[in-house]
Write a protein that binds this ligand. Sequence first.
Ligand code: CO
Length: 157
Amino acid sequence: MRTNEFHTVRGYQLIEQEKKLLTSAMEDYLEMIFRNIGNEGYMRINTLAEMLNVRPSSATKMVQKLSQKGFVEYKKYGIITLTEKGKTLGEFLLQRHNIIEKFLKGIGIRDNLLIETELIEHNLSVDTLRSIDELNSFFEEHPEIMRKFEHYRSTRN
Ligand code: CO
């Protein structure tokens, strides 16, 4: 069984291109929007601001930038929807987050897991991420090797 997160994402080339258009902060916004857009297919600017712990005016500014770059549509009444390329990149950003978090958990990180994930995620190439994803899958498919690793660590400390 393949457990790679990546199998649903297509067009890595496109992702590498589009990613260059975004700052780390914009990536955080897009990831959060994709994560929370839900079945209705939209999200409110106030909800987004709350989740990111920023003022609604700051959230509006950033969402307008994402809109200019073609990742979201920002409509009246504070309603945000994702464009097709916004969905593709948003899905990638969420998977990227999950892959890194899973990796850190796997090597035994417990403290500040979320903060560390947020610090690492913006600076990896798609190739590196894919390799980490494969390593995650490898450990999942071979838990006996993971146990050996855990044993190895416990005997060193
Ligand atoms: Co993240």
